[in-house]
Design a protein around this ligand. Structure first.
Ligand SMILES: C[S@@+](CC[C@H](N)C(=O)[O-])C[C@H]1O[C@@H](n2cnc3c(N)ncnc32)[C@H](O)[C@@H]1O
Length: 282
């Protein structure tokens, strides 16, 4: 039985409160389908039953919220941001960090790991001396516990490695594991995965030199986008670099960043001292 409109509204309000993900009315069929699947995993009859039980149980509310995330991703997604990262951003960051020889990259909303492992492969392929001689930290975060478990395991099905991963890199960085492919330990240990909900205060962290936060702001309303961009502005290195998804921009959302075009894509940099003025401007 499809969810009643009252149940759908309850789920929509709970999910936006817990994650900021906006579920449009047009997504009601998707909500139904995902909740039916989740209900079966939980040994319940259908979406209506799991929604009723979740009203008094925060564990189920977390599971429902996780089930509403869209985890679509691929290796070297959109390719050009990785070209800009390799050819424009990294050479600059290497100059900026030559004294400390420390590099900290934050990959937020990292889904099942293809994005942070693509970053790690780019570093290994093009900057081996940085990998070997610098302190390199790639922190990958996501809201969803189950998706982080998949990312940590680093095991991918054939159809997944078929999406954007160049064949030579498959040979160099993966081991065959039955029908699947497992990330080699050298690459796996370059990435640490942590649970982090972008709408909550960020935990203490060093200032990231580079932030990838791609294809997640699209799910949020303008105020939430602005708030997240504002807190990233505060935490990131003043000389840092920000990568957003192809359909995302800081323009018209947060005035504290300058936009730079390069390698067929755009990236952003914080404008010194602009964060609060930028917030006030919108
Ligand atoms: C479409 S995927 C993007 C993955 C990757 N960044 C890419 O571009 O391929 C969106 C990810 O955002 C995560 N997400 C959604 N809401 C979030 C929130 N409030 N905090 C942290 N992560 C969130 C989802 O769990 C999902 O894995």
């Amino acid at each position: 039985m499809p969810l009643s409109y009252a149940d759908f509204s309850y789920v929509r309000d709970m999910v936006v409160r817990r994650s900021a993900i906006v579920l449009e009315d047009a997504k009601a069929y998707l909500v139904d389908m995902r909740l039916d699947n989740l209900a079966r995993e939980e040994g319940m009859a259908d979406a209506t039953e799991i929604v009723a039980k979740s009203r008094g149980e925060s564990r189920l509310q977390v599971r429902i919220t996780e089930a509403m995330t869209t985890n679509e991703t691929s290796w070297f997604r959109d390719s050009n941001p990785f070209v800009a990262f390799k050819d424009v951003v990294m050479p600059e960051v290497i100059k900026l960090r030559a004294n400390t020889r420390q590099l900290f990259i934050w990959c937020a909303a990292s889904s099942s790991g293809q994005e942070p492992y693509s970053i790690a492969m780019t570093l290994r392929e093009s900057f081996p001396e940085v990998c070997d001689q610098w302190r390199v930290r790639i922190m990958a975060t996501d809201l969803s516990g189950p998706i982080l478990e998949r990312a940590r395991a680093g095991v991918y099905r054939h159809f997944e490695v078929d999406r954007g991963l160049p064949k030579p890199l498959l040979g160099r960085y993966f081991d065959a594991q039955g029908q699947d492919w497992s990330i080699k330990p050298t690459l796996r240990k370059m990435v640490e995965f942590k649970e982090l909900n972008l709408i909550e205060p960020f935990p203490a962290m060093p200032s990231p030199d580079i932030v990838f936060i791609r294809n997640v702001l699209i799910y949020f309303n303008a105020n939430v986008k602005r708030d997240i961009l504002s807190r990233i502005h505060k935490v990131m290195s003043p000389n840092g670099y920000l990568f957003l998804g192809g359909a995302e921009t800081t323009l018209g959302v947060h005035g504290g960043y300058s936009r730079h075009a390069g390698a067929g894509t755009a990236f952003y940099r914080p404008i010194a001292g602009a964060a609060e003025a930028a917030m006030a401007a919108f």
